[in-house]
Design a protein around this ligand. Structure first.
Ligand SMILES: NC(=O)c1ccc[n+]([C@@H]2O[C@H](COP(=O)([O-])OP(=O)(O)OC[C@H]3O[C@@H](n4cnc5c(N)ncnc54)[C@H](OP(=O)(O)O)[C@@H]3O)[C@@H](O)[C@H]2O)c1
Length: 338
């Protein structure tokens, strides 16, 4: 952190749900870059402890209790910030809940309401409150998730609320332009309290690491750096965008290579393919991949139909720097699977 800049000097930043984890990391980063930061969460003792930690690092910090779905506390957050600092330059809306691991069709109505309320509605209501005070050059960052792109079974409805934030980012960017930019960060998996059920079990953690190209989980500092960039004037020509910070985890629904690689990894063949890297080359040009796929099919670890279904026919796909026709890809996959 020694070499960070000072992009937020004389700026005032509100970060919600910021007494630990990613929110705290973002507040700390903005503060170290010169911002006066307003942090909050549901519990006074957590707020006090976090303010102390920030102050110990020389950061100008102010904290209050704000449960994001409490109308009065949201109002108070904005009013107190204005009273203390006179303006708001940056708002990072970071709070989320994931109260259940049920499938979507089994999720109780009460839980559906809570997910919508905390993960989506609270951000909207907070911005309704703050909107009139945001001046030219201000910036909003929403915190979504990698699960927004392909909600996994155990995080299905949570993932869908995070998908909603991608749309909310686009819609609000249009509504709040040109004075306020609205962007979004989609973190990959970060070992915080929130993700502890996934990241404390060693084999689950390893599985998540293997889904990345960089072979590691994210850190709160990784997320903070991305949020700080989007909130800063360095990103002054960027609005309505989501920055995926997930170590190369698949983040587009129709990214053929990554989808294939995910399946292969899930089926336990990832190691043969050296992680997700080698699948990115055109398959018909790489005999190791062909042999691996054939072996995987022979041993029943890849279902031919499952692979074939993922391939969008008759489209040209841009594969990083290489271009090749998916029709050819489709045909060669069929050849080698049949
Ligand atoms: N960790 C990951 O792997 C991951 C991945 C993708 C996206 N994300 C997203 O990143 C964000 C932060 O997650 P995290 O992993 O940093 O969580 P975390 O470490 O568990 O921290 C959550 C923070 O939010 C506060 N909080 C919880 N509910 C709140 C509410 N209703 N109103 C206000 N504050 C609340 C907590 O403090 P109190 O208990 O005092 O309220 C705490 O400060 C979430 O939007 C999450 O969806 C996380």
């Amino acid at each position: 952190m020694d070499k960070i800049g000072k992009r937020f000097e004389r700026k005032v930043a509100i970060v919600t749900a910021s007494t630990q984890g990613i929110g705290f990391g973002i507040a700390e980063r903005l503060g170290l870059e010169g911002a006066s930061v307003v942090i909050s969460s549901r519990r006074q003792k957590n707020v006090d402890a976090a303010v102390e930690k920030l102050k110990a690092r020389g950061i100008e910090a102010f904290g209050l209790v704000c449960h994001v779905s409490n109308t009065q506390q949201r109002k108070n957050l904005i009013e107190q910030t204005l009273q203390k600092y006179g303006k708001i330059d940056v708002i990072v809306s970071n709070a989320a809940a994931n109260p259940s691991v049920d499938t979507i069709l089994e999720t109780k109505e009460l839980v559906l309401d809570k997910l919508w309320e905390i993960n989506v509605k609270a951000s909207i209501l907070l911005l309704q409150e703050a909107g009139p005070h945001l001046k030219k050059g201000s910036s909003v960052v929403l915190i979504s998730s990698i699960t927004a792109y392909q909600p996994p079974a155990a995080l299905a409805m949570y993932g869908v609320t995070k998908t909603a934030l991608l749309g909310l980012t686009k819609a609000l960017a249009a509504e709040m332009a040109p004075n306020t930019r609205v962007n979004c960060v989609a973190p990959g998996f970060v070992p915080t309290h929130f993700a502890a059920f996934l990241t404390t079990d060693e084999s689950m953690k390893r599985g998540l690491e293997e889904k990345t190209l960089l072979n590691r989980l994210g850190t709160t500092e990784d997320m903070a750096a991305a949020a700080a960039y989007l909130a800063s004037d360095d990103a002054s020509y960027i609005t309505g965008e989501t920055l995926v910070v997930a170590g190369g985890m698949p983040s587009r629904l129709h990214h053929v290579q990554n989808s294939l690689a995910t399946i292969l990894c899930r089926k336990g063949t990832g190691k043969l393919l050296h992680g997700t890297q080698s699948i990115r080359a055109p398959i018909h040009q790489n005999s190791l991949q062909i042999r691996t796929l054939k072996a995987a099919c022979r041993f029943g670890s890849v279902d031919a139909a499952e692979v074939a279904d993922l391939l969008p026919p008759r489209e040209i796909i841009n594969l990083n720097s290489r271009l090749f026709k998916s029709v050819e890809f489709y045909t060669s996959i069929h050849e080698l699977l049949n």
